[in-house]
Design a protein around this ligand. Structure first.
Ligand SMILES: Nc1ncnc2c1ncn2[C@@H]1O[C@H](COP(=O)(O)OP(=O)(O)OP(=O)(O)O)[C@@H](O)[C@H]1O
Ligand SMILES: [Mg+2]
Length: 381
């Protein structure tokens, strides 16, 4: 069994603290994705797990055993990089077999493993080719094949699909998901791609500057972000944030107001320690905003302004509005919505879809979330 556990893990390069005390437990067979802005330490964290970097302090356990002092080859891991790092003068077969041959494995065993990996990755017909005779997607499959034959307990992937074109990314993403189901191995995967993170992960780790900002199921992060950083990072286009002020506090939530919102609105959240007068950020996702003015009902609020940007994607359209106070708001509306740059427009949304963040960025937990978010919470929650 290969769980992976990080306890107060730190890494400094010289005087720069890069990983600032990370605690994480990844269960055996889990698919965990690391996301975060460029330079936040995703690759460094992966390289620490692989043993390509040594921790400054803290403990790393693989399969419940401390591995801080074990070299990479003894950790039961295999790593797949963005640059495939194939040997150009060797055939696909020889590339996949390389590590096994180096370890002195018997010829028959090497052959059986290489052919099995080729079968899993549907590249049996490519075994005699050299890397330069392969497409990017095929090269990436060879790199994954090289990892598979080592029969690792933990696979580490660092942006393995970022050199592929859009269509190939979709295919290879599905292949990696299938590989995970078939092999049942623990997988840790770094990506910049929101869709990869949301679709592949059992759980996602959101990192900011070497600190874990949230660790949870994809829909938990989407519906119940614990802070404004995660709220802004998960979801594309980004969540909108509007400055508001707390006008009233009661057991069911907070009433907030702003000039842009044209009055006070009750948002169903746990009020926590919020007080009247506190400045907050109201978060609303572009996909939860529709064209139209507010209705008289309490379940609708609206914002008006001038349209500054229209991006038509066919089935949907992004509209960016700028309010009288200069606040920009992006909405995702239907592809057939008639809207032009410069026109005045109202957009409405529901208090149930709103998030509230205190001045320190902490979320006031929402109390009415869609059933799907509850179904996707960890069993322990
Ligand atoms: N060997 C090194 N020496 C000094 N600094 C390093 C070293 N490796 C990484 N860093 C620094 O550590 C920080 C984190 O780098 P890392 O490669 O882990 O980021 P990342 O999250 O993978 O970013 P990206 O998304 O761009 O790949 C960066 O500021 C980087 O410059
Ligand atoms: Mg990286």
């Amino acid at each position: 069994m290969a769980s992976v556990e990080l306890k107060s893990l730190r890494k400094s390069f010289g005087t720069h603290d890069i990983i600032k005390g990370v605690d994480l437990r990844i269960e055996h067979g889990e698919f965990v994705v690391f996301v975060g802005p460029s330079g936040c330490g995703k690759s460094t964290l992966l390289r620490l797990i692989a043993g390509l970097e040594s921790a400054t302090s803290g403990t790393l356990l693989i399969g419940e055993k401390p591995v801080n002092d074990l070299p990479p080859k003894d950790r039961g891991i295999a790593m797949v990089f963005q640059s495939y790092a194939l040997f150009p003068h060797l055939t696909v077969y020889e590339n996949v077999a390389f590590g096994l041959n180096l370890a002195g494995a018997p010829k028959a065993e090497v052959d059986q493993k290489v052919r099995q990996a080729a079968q899993i990755l549907k590249m049996e017909h490519l075994l005699a080719r050299k890397p330069k005779e392969l497409s990017g997607g095929q090269r990436q499959r060879v790199a994954i094949g090289r990892a598979i034959v080592r029969n690792p307990e933990v696979f580490l992937f660092d942006e393995p699909l970022s050199n592929l074109d859009a269509a190939l990314r979709v295919n290879t993403r599905a292949e990696i998901a299938k590989l995970h189901r078939d092999l049942g191995a623990t997988m840790i995967y770094v990506t910049h791609d929101q869709v990869e993170a949301m679709t592949l992960a059992d759980r996602i780790v959101v990192l900011e500057a070497g600190v874990v900002r949230q660790y949870g199921r994809p829909l938990e992060l989407y519906h119940l972000p614990q802070n404004q950083f995660v709220a802004g990072f998960i979801g594309s286009p980004k969540m909108n944030f509007l400055p508001v002020r707390v006008a009233d506090v009661d057991a069911q939530g907070l009433t907030v107001e702003s000039v842009d919102l044209g009055g006070a609105h009750h948002i169903p959240v746990q009020p926590g320690s919020a007080r009247i007068g506190d400045p907050m950020a109201l978060g609303i996702r572009p996909e939860h905003i529709a064209p139209g003015a507010a209705t008289a009902s309490a379940s609708s609020m609206a914002i008006s302004g001038a349209v500054g940007l229209v991006e038509r994607l066919g089935h949907e359209t992004f509209v960016e509005l700028t309010t009288a106070s200069g606040q920009a708001v992006t909405a995702l509306v239907g592809g057939n919505t008639l809207v032009e740059i410069g026109q005045a427009m109202s957009l409405r949304f529901a208090p149930d879809d709103c998030h509230l963040f205190a001045a320190d960025g902490q979320a006031c937990p929402r109390t009415r979330v869609p059933e799907i978010a509850r179904l996707h919470l960890p069993l322990a929650a």
